[in-house]
Design a protein around this ligand. Structure first.
Ligand code: HSE
Length: 311
């Protein structure tokens, strides 16, 4: 008998990853959002419940990232079923952890399985991206793609979209430092310079190439040297209280590198062992406690799988 509901987890993501603004991202094992889709007799999509966030998220299906993604998919494939949606947010909104991407991805992935549409992830991608467009005002795939495909990804081109999987070391750990302030992606994009110096582009592309090569060849020294963002971090870090101090403390604790996750306020630090990842958390906590920043921490390996059906 076919099911009439499905519960899906889709992972949080770290995008930009230092020098890869809008073109690099990886998926985390934790946290991630859960979406429940239920078939109903009434027509169309309805949001039944949103849990897990203090901030009010839209119940209007044309404004909520999850349902915008769903309706885009349903329109494309002429799906007329009635769908009731429950969204369990498991991370802060506007946290820099790709929360809207995770909800969009869980929705389209869930519908594909619930209705046995047999679509490939590649075919789900444009619809999940529509959800992202609603939340941040532009299409950037560096959260959506890793949440959907899992792993470490390069968006080599947007037009046409071309996503390249990057090999990464098996024992790469990520510590997330999430000071609970809200930074809207829209705003964090608006404050960026429209033009940048050529010498900075040379530095940034050198680091980007070094980072990708370092990841693919498990060269931790090269990863560490290359995990530097000279274009975006200097502007956006001003929005994050204590950024420099936290960054310094985690590097002293053994991080390979540390920068802003997506458009912030979360910061990420990479390391090559669980014990260093834990030490990074401890070091950052000393600073965030001192600054009285209400902060959540996550420690995770790279999630190579992407979304998962829970029920
Ligand atoms: N690459 C995007 C940005 C990600 O940094 O604006 C936003 O989540």
């Amino acid at each position: 008998m076919s099911k009439n509901s499905i519960k899906v987890f889709a992972p949080a993501t770290v995008s930009n990853v230092g020098p890869g603004f809008d073109i690099l991202g990886f998926a985390l094992q934790t946290p991630g959002d859960e979406v429940i889709l239920k078939l109903t007799n009434s027509k169309g999509i309805k949001i039944n419940k949103i849990t897990g966030v203090k901030k009010k998220l839209p119940f209007n299906i044309y404004k909520n990232t999850a349902t915008v993604a769903l309706s885009s998919l349903m329109k494309k494939y002429g799906i007329k079923e009635g769908i009731e949606v429950t969204i369990n947010k498991k991370m802060g909104v506007s946290s820099g952890l790709g929360s809207s991407a995770a909800s969009s991805v869980a929705s389209v992935y869930g519908l594909n399985h619930l209705l046995n549409l047999k679509l490939k992830k590649k075919q789900l991608l444009p619809h999940a991206l529509e959800g992202e467009r609603i939340s941040s005002g532009s299409i950037h795939a560096d959260n959506v793609a890793p949440s959907l495909f899992g792993g470490f990804l390069l968006i080599r081109s947007y037009n046409p979209i071309d996503i390249i999987r990057i090999k990464s070391p098996d024992n790469l750990y990520c510590t997330i430092i999430y000071p609970q302030i809200e930074i809207k992606t829209n705003y964090a994009r608006k404050i960026l310079p429209k033009k940048v110096e050529l010498s900075k582009v040379v530095q940034q592309t050198g680091n980007l190439a070094g980072l990708i090569y370092g990841l693919s060849s498990s060269n931790y020294d090269l990863i560490s040297k290359s995990l530097t963002d000279v274009l975006i971090e200097p502007v956006r870090s001003k929005l994050i209280l204590g950024f420099q101090e936290i960054q310094k403390s985690v590097i002293s604790a053994g991080a390979l590198g540390c920068s802003i996750s997506g458009s912030g306020p979360s910061m990420f630090a990479l390391s090559n062992s669980l014990s260093i990842a834990i030490n990074i958390k401890k070091a950052a906590k000393i600073v965030t406690d001192k600054l009285k920043l209400n902060t959540t921490f996550y420690i995770s390996k790279i999630n190579k799988r992407g979304p998962k059906i829970l029920d």
